[in-house]
Design a protein around this ligand. Structure first.
Ligand code: NAG
Ligand code: NAG
Ligand code: NAG
Ligand code: NAG
Ligand code: NAG
Ligand code: NAG
Length: 417
């Protein structure tokens, strides 16, 4: 079993960081202007961590070369011995939706799988290195509740190396913003479940049933994305309620029902136009997360289990390929075409296949519904109440962030950002 102790390998780094903060505070008291302070902190940091200037290699030694290793092809290996990236109890920023253990999940096996790409290892997530990389920058996750969970995961991956009085989280709907003060870095979430405008854009009071999407309108959202150095987009599950979706395009034609893949493609192209005209690849990086799979019907991976779902699942699917009906191939096709046109401005993080295996990683009945923890009565009715869309944390979205980390730290991808 895993011990909740401070992992040895990380200890020197954490210690160095704490020393840095302590020393910086001493020095700051003697320096006057804010600029001098920031500069001093920066020099001090570099003195300790051995880097030289703004554009140097900090990525270092990740052992990952993006053009050599496909991080998305691999398998899940059981790994109960190595140190967890963080613990559920140790991250104060986790919301009730994702804290499966605290919500009563009996097993913690879902936390003990490590993604192993066939041709390399994922680099170990190093929070201090990533924060250094994000110095004076904003990292923004844009999308729906799946993306909010990825943002929560990133905050938890980073927060433990920052002292309490140097980090903060505040809500400014439709945004949530985590700040790491010493690094002048912010990790942000922006709610836009369809990326383009829709009647679901209010961060809390959104309509779930009568969806209406404005396929050619994005400006109300995109003005909040301008100039952000690292943008990570995602949009999928809100599209998938029915085979058709009500939408408007070209204003004057009124509301029409569109086939979902067609509507998705039109929305993506509106988004792609914004990317083309607004992103400066010299100073910005854009990522797009492919769809997060759902596990609503257990007969798909366990033939003859008639009406089960992800409830009670405790291990990944072991086949070398598995693709459930929750991951729509036409939507993937639309994504492929648009990504092809946007190369190399946008990096696709194709996490669908690796997440497809993880039928065990969903929140199932150990979650909330409309802000309320499920009652034990509801929990005993998984057919109705299991959530097989969202993910527990710690869990699968941490792997997505490890992959994002690999790309952000890799020199071959770095350019001059
Ligand atoms: C990454 O791998 C490619 C292909 O093997 C090679 O050409 C390139 O030099 C490598 N880049 C780095 C930074 O090692
Ligand atoms: C802090 O970061 C922001 C970008 O998020 C940047 O515009 C600003 O110049 C930075 N401040 C300093 C003092 O470097
Ligand atoms: C589209 O809107 C019409 C009129 O409100 C409604 O009758 C129909 O059910 C809606 N279609 C979908 C797919 O929601
Ligand atoms: C919207 O209008 C443009 C030209 O104004 C046209 O090319 C496009 O086909 C129209 N889209 C739809 C879905 O009607
Ligand atoms: C869940 O798994 C346990 C142990 O494998 C089993 O006893 C129980 O019947 C399962 N429950 C459902 C609803 O499948
Ligand atoms: C993502 O990967 C899957 C296989 O894992 C592939 O079928 C799909 O085409 C890829 N999607 C894109 C947009 O490249």
């Amino acid at each position: 079993m895993r011990e909740p102790s401070l992992p040895d390998r990380r200890f020197p780094m954490v210690l160095a960081f704490l020393i840095l903060i302590g020393t910086a505070r001493l020095l700051l008291e003697t320096s006057s202007s804010p600029c001098a302070r920031v500069g001093m902190l920066r020099r001090l940091y570099r003195a300790i961590f051995g880097a030289q200037d703004g554009k140097h290699r900090i990525g270092l030694g990740s052992g990952f070369n993006g053009s050599e290793c496909n991080l998305f092809e691999g398998r899940w290996v059981s790994d109960r011995d190595s140190d967890p990236l963080y613990e559920e109890e140790s991250c104060p920023y986790l919301t009730q939706q994702v804290t499966c253990r605290r919500n009563g999940r009996p097993d913690s096996l879902y936390q003990s799988w490590r993604w192993k790409p066939h041709k390399c290892d994922l680099p170990r997530f190093d929070a201090v290195k990533l924060l250094e990389r994000l110095r004076d920058k904003r990292l923004m996750f844009i999308g729906d509740s799946i993306q909010r969970i990825q943002w929560e995961s990133m905050v938890c991956l980073l927060q433990s190396v920052i002292p309490d009085n140097k980090k903060s989280l505040h809500r400014d709907p439709p945004m949530k913003i985590f700040k790491a003060e010493e690094f002048n870095a912010s990790i942000e979430f922006y709610w836009a479940p369809f990326m383009v405008e829709s009647n679901a854009d209010h961060a809390t009071k959104h309509r779930v049933q009568k969806r209406l999407v404005r396929l050619d309108s994005i400006a109300r959202h995109s003005r909040h994305w301008e100039g952000v150095q690292v943008l990570v987009f995602e949009s999928y599950v809100w599209w998938m309620n029915k085979p058709v979706i009500n939408a408007t395009i070209n204003g004057s034609y009124g509301v029409q029902e569109f086939d979902v893949p067609k509507a998705y493609r039109l929305a993506l192209s509106t988004w792609a136009d914004w990317i083309r005209f607004n992103i400066d690849s010299e100073t910005q990086r854009v990522f797009f997360m492919s769809m997060s799979p759902t596990h609503l019907w257990s007969w798909e991976w366990k033939p003859a289990s008639d009406d089960g779902n992800c409830f009670n699942e405790t291990s990944p699917i072991r086949r070398s390929t598995y693709w459930g009906s929750g991951s729509n191939l036409d939507v993937m096709g639309a994504l492929k075409d648009v990504m092809e046109e946007l190369k190399p401005k946008v990096t696709l993080l194709n996490i669908t296949q690796l997440s497809e295996y993880r039928k065990d990683g969903h929140t199932s009945v150990y979650t909330e519904r409309r802000g309320e923890l499920l009652t034990s009565e509801q929990r005993s009715n998984p057919r109705v109440y299991a959530d097989c869309i969202h993910w527990c944390l710690p869990g699968v979205p941490d792997t997505w962030n490890q992959i994002l980390y690999a790309y952000l730290m890799d020199d071959t991808f770095k350019r001059s950002m």
